[in-house]
Every structure is written in structure tokens, then in C-alpha cells.
Ligand binder design. Sequence first.
Ligand SMILES: [Zn+2]
Length: 134
Amino acid sequence: MPDPGNQDTEGQDTKGQPDIASAAFFGLCPRCGARTLFDGVAKFAPRCRACALDLAQFNVGDGPAAFLTLIVGAVVAVLAIWLQLSVEPPFWVHALLWIPFTTALVIGGLRIAKAWLLGAEYRRRAGEGRIKDE
Ligand SMILES: [Zn+2]
């Protein structure tokens, strides 16, 4: 969804820009809003297939990965302990439940975190460019 509040001052380059939250959640290109940001499970495409924005220039890095693993680890540990104390399931229930759950949470969280960072970086650069143009 475009943000109606900042359309008056923006040029053609930022037309159709998705807001950063939906861009992060759905893996949208920060410039054109096409769903082209990801090439693999949590890997960026080298460039946008719709508007040819060079995505390789944004070096988001693996900074969010360690942070995210800590959060996911804490969440899963709390849930596993809670399940053990309340239901006392056999061990294989834990294995069956937490391995896919953890994987999904890490991959999903990583996609959102990386897309969010890329979107923020794109906007920051666009903002700097606008200021210099004036
Ligand atoms: Zn694009």
C-alpha cells in the first residue's frame, strides 16, 4: 500500500513504493513494490526483476541472524518448557514440534529482518539523494 502522506514531494523514482512493513513481510522491492526481493529462502535476488533495481548494492549482511537466533531460541525454550510441564509429552513430540517450528521461525524472521533493513537502507539513500538535489 502506498503511503498517502508523502506523495507530494516525491519524484517518479519513488512512485508506487510500498510501505516498509509490508515490504518486509512480503519481500517486496523497495522501489517498485513487486514481489521480487527474494531469490531463495532467505537470499536476496541480485536485482529486481520488475524495475532492475540493483539489490546487490545493499549490504545488509548477517547481522540480524545472530540476534534473531537468540530471540527464537528463547521463545522456543520457554514454549518447550511450558509444554513439558503442562502436558509432559514423550520426547519425540518435542523433536517433531520444535525442529520445524524453529526452522520456520528463523527463516521467516530472517526474511523479514533482512527485507526491513534493505528497505530502510534504500529509503535512507533516496532521502540523501533528494537533499543533495535541492
Ligand atoms: Zn523493483
